[in-house]
Design a binder for this molecule. Structure first.
Ligand SMILES: NC(=O)c1ccc[n+]([C@@H]2O[C@H](COP(=O)([O-])OP(=O)(O)OC[C@H]3O[C@@H](n4cnc5c(N)ncnc54)[C@H](OP(=O)(O)O)[C@@H]3O)[C@@H](O)[C@H]2O)c1
Length: 297
C-alpha cells in the first residue's frame, strides 16, 4: 500500500512510519522540514502546494500533526498554537483530498480522549457528548474538519487516542519521572480515570482500521481504563519505588495553570467500535502494558 503520514516524524508517527516500512509498504511523510533518511515531502501544514501530488493515488492518509499540549502554560498565544497546529493541517489535507483526481480510500485523523472533557465515573463510548473545556472544543472542531472528507467519498476516522504508553518515550517518561526520584504519587484525589493505549497496539489498530469498513470517531484506548491512584500504585510497584505521596489539585493548578486539566480530568473511555469490528488488543490490562513499556523483558 502507499501510505502518506502527516506528522510522521513525531512520537507516534515515527514509530508508525518504521512499522509500515518494515512491512514493505510505500510510505511518504509530510513534514515542515526535509529529511534524507526516508521519503518525505515538505509542506507548511496549512497551505496548498506541490506536496498535494504526494496524496494522489495513496491508499491511506494518516494525519498525526499537532504541537505538544503539555509543553508550556496555556496562555492565549499557546492555545492558538495548539489549536492551529491541529486544525490547519487537517483543513489543508481535506482541501487536497477534495482536489485529488485519484482520492485515497481512507483518512485517519488524530483526535484525543480530551474530546470528552472531565466526566467523573461516566462510561464513555463514541456516541457520548463532548466536553466544553478547551480540549473538548478543540477536538470537536478538529473532528468536524476531518469529517468533511467523508462527504468527499473518503472513509474518514477520527482516532480519539488515550494516553499513549511506550518504551520509546511520550507521556510515560513524564509520568514515571517523579516515581524514579521516589517522589511519585497520585495526582489530586487520584479518583480520575485514565484511558490509555500501548503504542504497539495503537499502530496495529491503525493498520486494522485501514483495512476495515469503520468510519467516524473511534476510541483508541485499551478496554481497561484505570483510576489515577491505581495507575500510580502500579507504576510505583513496577519501578520498585514508593507511591506514598500525592500532588494536591491546587499545587498542580499553581504550577501548571490550565494544563493541569490534562492530568486531573477523568475520562473512562471504552473501545466499543474497535471491539465490535473485531480488533484484538495485545495489552488489555495496565499491568502487562507497563511491564512491556518499562522494558523489563
Ligand atoms: N502521544 C499521546 O499520548 C497522544 C494522545 C492523544 C492524542 N495524541 C495526538 O496525536 C498526535 C500525534 O501525537 P505525538 O505524541 O506523536 O506528537 P509529536 O511527537 O509532538 O509529533 C507531532 C507531529 O506534528 C507535526 N507538527 C507539529 N506542529 C505542527 C504544525 N504547526 N503544523 C504541521 N505539523 C505540525 C510534527 O511534524 P514536523 O515537525 O515533521 O512537521 C510532528 O511530527 C497529536 O495530534 C496529539 O495531540 C497524542
Amino acid at each position: 500500500m502507499k501510505i502518506v503520514i502527516a506528522g510522521g516524524t513525531g512520537f507516534i508517527g515515527g514509530q508508525l512510519r518504521k512499522t509500515l516500512f518494515s512491512k514493505g509498504h510505500e510510505v511518504v511523510v509530510l513534514s515542515r522540514k526535509p529529511y534524507q533518511e526516508f521519503p518525505s515531502v515538505v509542506w507548511d501544514g496549512k497551505s496548498s502546494g506541490e506536496w498535494q501530488s504526494a496524496i494522489e493515488g495513496a491508499d491511506a492518509v494518516i494525519n498525526l500533526c499537532g504541537e505538544s499540549i503539555i509543553n508550556g502554560r496555556w496562555d492565549m498565544r499557546r492555545k492558538k498554537q495548539i489549536y492551529d497546529s491541529r486544525i490547519l493541517p487537517t483543513r489543508a489535507l481535506v482541501a487536497a483530498l477534495s482536489q485529488a483526481k485519484e482520492k485515497p480510500k481512507v483518512l485517519i485523523n488524530a483526535s484525543a480522549c480530551g474530546f470528552y472533557g472531565d466526566r467523573d465515573d461516566e462510561e464513555l463510548s463514541e456516541s457520548s457528548k463532548p466536553g466544553d473545556d478547551f480540549l473538548g472544543k478543540l477536538c470537536v472542531d478538529w473532528e468536524r474538519e476531518a469529517s468533511i472528507a467523508q462527504n468527499l467519498g473518503v472513509r474518514t476516522i477520527s482516532l480519539r487516542m488515550g494516553i499513549v504508553l511506550s518504551r520509546e518515550g511520550g507521556a510515560l517518561r513524564h509520568l514515571a519521572f517523579p516515581f524514579r526520584l521516589g517522589i511519585g504519587g497520585r495526582l489530586g484525589s487520584g479518583r480520575q480515570w485514565m484511558s490509555w493505549i500501548v503504542l504497539e497496539d495503537l499502530i496495529s489498530m491503525i493498520l486494522f482500521l485501514i483495512d476495515s469498513q469503520v468510519f467516524g470517531p473511534v476510541n483508541a484506548v485499551s478496554p481497561q481504563p484505570v483510576r489515577n491512584s491505581d495507575f500510580a500504585s502500579l507504576l510505583a510497584g513496577m519501578l520498585k519505588r514508593p507511591a506514598w505521596t500525592f500532588v494536591p489539585r491546587w499545587a498542580l493548578g499553581l504550577g501548571l495553570g490550565e494544563v493541569s486539566a490534562v492530568l486531573l480530568s477523568s475520562q473512562r473511555a471504552f473501545p466499543g467500535k474497535l471491539e465490535a469490528a473485531g480488533f484484538k488488543f495485545r495489552f488489555e490490562d495496565l499491568s502487562s502494558a507497563l511491564d512491556f513499556a518499562l522494558n523489563r523483558h
